[in-house]
Design a protein around this ligand. Structure first.
Ligand code: B12
Length: 637
């Protein structure tokens, strides 16, 4: 009889098998429910692996092993610089002897200082119990390691001098626990795919990264070269290792790792990993859990063998059929069932069924596919739906699949998404200001504004027809994929420099503009890239925006609204576990008689219009440009 492991490995090698494997990841679901005492009664004493075994599902274990990691906090001590010491890892690393690490605790945060011959750098952050219960496992970074230009060299020194050595026994013991019941993916050098991606993910915070990518490119390139020394050392150890499957790189998103960035900074390393490890008979998977709409060809042509954690429409813009049609030639697909389908608040039973019906029609003939919940079963999942998926795959997933052919779930949506929007006419008069904004040239922009003011142009005109109109165009171009996130952020920064010049000349000051918006990411949630972008765009088109930050407690939102009040309260949530906070906040606004004073708009990847309606929000927008339109509408309403 074919074992789960054999079948999965056959699919990964491109062979036709008897039935599509079903490999849901239960680790985050199990961890959150075990900690919260909410595991289903019959599973109370069982591990996540035992539950999967009891249900007949294959295991997918990774390094990092999110469940066991929590039991050894020292494993993630250096998480803020992207270095992990998992017992199951194929390699171990050590700082060179001339580096001293000092730990301090301050206000529940851990401060980690790295003393090197070139100077000291530090990080601060932590992982609270509340976050673990919310399903987070990696902790968060409050202070990133690069805070000033001199830090680049110090961090480079740390990485250049890391010692890396094999830990094959630790990995083999982990693999032995899984046996024939599933597969184990060994981790690469980082959760990032390349040295520059590592810098982006770990060293600066995503938004600041884009400023630095322009302002300190040389330092950044030098640092990437030093991080590459570490990547190379790990790659050598992986080449010699007994692992058959390596997970290399994670968390792409066509906004953050936008296409030109992906092509320049990420793809070459994926290719290198695919080639070098492939030559040693190993398979390389990469974790494609984000929005891949603008990256489809680049990921397909990246030379890795497996695209893992594929998270399709409706959580992102690419349907499962589209993935299968475009990637199957070069990649084995793993994932394909977005986790929002398992949540009552995000998908009705009919929607869930419809997705499954469509799935079997869209992936004909069904080879080169491993089905899983992407990227894992969420903490509040309706467990019965996971069961029903398993049952349907057992019944309908026998290969080769017949019937139907590729049919996108919602052609209309896809067309709308793909349609390039035409920048509005107008703003021709101040076209030079727009160019300067896009180029991020704040100094020159400020100078040009001074000239315009000196020649008698009204400040209000420069603001409305120049800067704000430019920001609207920039936002449209961003939406249509003509420009990318760095341009937007740099434009906003330049715009602020321009505003500082204009401000004294505006009758009421630029602050009293469109309306006041308070924005924040809800409690338990640390995702801030989308929220920042919404804040930037709203600010750019004339709203006065106060960013309350990430992981903001409901009580804090209430306090701020009471003290404000703002015209609009904008709430962001990227985790299904933190979405209920939005409902809680709206309920609290009602209880305290504040609901009538403020419009509430919500957003974030798992949030949708249905959810917004159900919780009584005033509006939902799927992206920053739409958020701007929505905010304007809400003010008129
Ligand atoms: C980058 C990323 C991270 C980064 C975050 C870095 C940062 N500083 O934000 C890191 C690696 C740290 C991370 C951590 C985690 N992540 Co994460 N992450 C992502 C990823 C790949 C992209 C998110 C992103 O920034 N996209 C780019 C921005 C521009 O898009 P956006 O956020 O959607 O925002 C746009 C719109 O949604 C909208 N919008 C956003 N906010 C608002 C607000 C309003 C009012 C409006 C109107 C609109 C709006 O406009 C924005 C701009 O266009 C997503 C995948 C995905 N599909 O979203 C997973 C994802 C969100 N992460 C996920 C998970 C599980 C986690 C972790 C729990 C992993 C772990 N095991 O620890 C932790 C959670 C930590 C925590 N407690 O918050 C899951 C969540 C699934 C779920 N069950 O809810 C996702 C969906 C991946 C997946 N497929 O499973 N993550």
């Amino acid at each position: 009889m074919t074992t789960h492991r054999q079948r999965i490995m056959q699919v990964m090698r491109g062979e036709m098998v008897d039935v599509i494997p079903f490999v849901p990841r239960l680790d985050l679901w199990w961890m959150a429910n075990a900690l919260g005492g909410t595991l289903p009664e019959s599973f109370r004493t069982m591990s996540h692996d035992d539950i999967a075994r009891a249900e007949g599902w294959a295991l997918y274990r990774m390094v990092p092993d999110f469940v066991n990691m929590i039991r050894g906090p020292e494993d993630i001590l250096h998480r803020a610089i992207g270095l992990f010491s998992f017992q199951q890892s194929l390699y171990r690393w050590r700082f060179s002897n001339d580096i001293e690490v000092k730990l301090k605790d301050a206000d529940g945060q851990q401060i980690i200082e790295y003393h090197t011959p070139l100077g000291m750098v530090y990080t601060a952050g932590g992982l609270t119990e509340a976050m673990k219960r919310a399903g987070a496992s990696l902790g968060w970074t409050q202070a990133h390691i690069i805070q000033k230009p001199e830090d680049y060299r110090v961090v480079a020194y740390i990485f250049e001098n890391l010692e890396v050595f094999p830990n094959y026994d630790g990995f083999l013991a982990y693999q032995a626990q899984t046996g024939e019941d599933g597969i184990v993916a060994a981790g690469g050098p980082s959760l990032a795919a390349s040295p520059m991606h590592h810098i982006q993910k770990e060293f600066l915070g995503h938004t600041r990264f884009f400023y630095e990518y322009k302002d300190h490119e040389r330092e950044m390139r030098d640092l990437a070269a030093s991080v590459a020394v570490y990547f190379e050392k790990v790659l050598k150890v992986l080449e010699e290792s007994p692992a058959e499957l390596i997970l290399w790189g994670a968390n792409y998103d066509d906004t953050i790792t936008y296409a030109p960035f992906f092509a320049r900074e990420i793809q070459p390393w994926l290719r290198k990993a695919g080639e070098r490890l492939g030559a040693r008979g190993k398979l390389v998977a990469t974790h494609t859990d984000g929005e891949n709409f603008g990256l489809m060809d680049l990921i397909r042509d990246s030379g890795v063998h497996i695209a893992e954690a594929i998270t399709p429409y409706p959580m992102t813009r690419v349907t499962i059929g589209e993935y299968y049609r475009r990637w199957r030639d070069k990649l084995v697909l793993f994932g394909g069932i977005p986790e929002c389908l398992l949540l009552e608040e995000s998908a009705s039973d009919e929607e869930f069924q419809a997705y499954m019906d469509d799935l079997f029609r869209s992936v004909v003939p069904g080879d080169r596919l491993i089905l899983g919940i992407a990227d894992s079963v969420p903490p509040h999942a309706v467990f019965d739906r996971v069961r029903r998926i398993g049952e349907r795959i057992a019944l309908q997933g026998r290969l080769p699949l017949e019937a139907g052919a590729f049919r996108p779930l919602s052609e209309g949506d896809l067309k709308a998404a793909a349609a390039a929007s035409v920048p509005p006419a107008g703003a021709q008069r101040f076209a030079d200001l727009r160019e300067l904004m896009i180029a991020g040239d704040g100094d020159v922009l400020a100078g040009r504004i001074r000239e315009l003011l000196a020649s008698g142009t009204q400040a209000q005109e420069i603001l409305d027809e120049g800067l704000i109109a430019a920001m609207i165009i920039i936002s449209e171009q961003f939406q249509s994929g003509d420009i990318f996130i760095p341009e937007v952020l740099l434009a906003a920064r330049a715009m602020n420099e321009g505003l500082a010049v204009l401000d004294p000349h505006l009758r009421e000051g630029s602050a009293a503009r469109q309306g006041l918006v308070f924005i924040g990411t809800v409690a338990g949630d640390l995702h801030d890239i989308g929220k920042n972008l919404v804040a930037v765009m709203l600010g750019g088109v004339g709203f006065s925006v106060r960013d309350l930050g990430i992981n903001v407690a409901a009580e804090e939102f209430l306090k701020q609204v009471e003290a404000g009040p703002p015209d609009i309260l904008a709430l962001s949530a990227l985790l299904t576990t933190t979405m209920p906070e939005m409902k809680k906040i709206i309920g609290m606004l009602e209880e305290r008689g504040l609901r009538g004073k403020v419009r509430v708009m919500v957003g974030g990847a798992p949030v949708n219009a249905k959810f917004a309606r159900d919780i009584g929000a005033d509006g939902y927008a799927p992206n920053a440009s739409e958020a701007v339109k929505l905010a304007k509408q809400l003010l008129k309403a």
